[in-house]
Design a protein. Structure first.
Length: 174
């Protein structure tokens, strides 16, 4: 004999979806809150790692502009040949800079500074004072540098006055 099950009630019809003002408002506020939050996080990380400041006072730098042009003209007139070498043996890095005058004679008695600047973060920058290892050859040893892009800034002084300045983009390979 067949068993009869009680009939289930018919399904209740669903109310059609209505796009109401409150739903739209909450969705819009949520969307823009997520976008603004993501922008705030990205901006904070970007500013902390690279503040974008190259000089402390742009006004003071602009006031020295004509003096810098004259100093660069005098540097060019000297006609020095400068060769920089940066070597890494895994435990330490060696920066060696050779200065020759326009006749090929080694330039002696300079006070040479080298600055290795990391493009992404200033915390990895290195300042090194080079000593004259041989006539016209200046040398400094430092802890090993990691591979990648760097800026090598060289400043040579004689009697306290800068006589040579240069900045070069270099890439260190493993």
């Amino acid at each position: 004999m067949p068993i009869e099950l009680p009939a289930s009630p018919p399904p209740r019809p669903r109310a059609p979806f209505r796009l109401g003002g409150r739903f739209v408002l909450v969705t819009m506020i949520g969307f823009f809150a997520v976008v603004a939050g993501a922008n705030a996080v990205m901006m904070t990380v970007a500013i902390r790692t690279m503040p974008g400041v190259d000089v402390k006072s742009a006004y003071e730098t602009s006031q020295r502009f004509n003096q810098e042009i004259e100093r660069m003209r005098a540097q060019a007139a000297r006609g020095w040949q400068v060769d920089a070498d940066l070597r890494d043996d895994g435990t330490e890095s060696v920066v060696e800079i050779a200065f020759l005058d326009k006749r090929g004679v080694p330039v002696r008695g300079l006070d040479v500074e080298a600055r290795l600047e990391h493009p992404a973060t200033r915390s990895q920058d290195r300042d090194e004072h080079l000593t004259e290892a041989a006539p016209g050859r200046y040398l400094a040893r430092m802890r090993a540098l990691h591979a990648g892009g760097w800026t090598l800034a060289i400043t040579a002084r004689r009697d306290g006055a800068a006589v040579f300045d240069t900045r070069s983009r270099i890439v260190l390979r493993d």
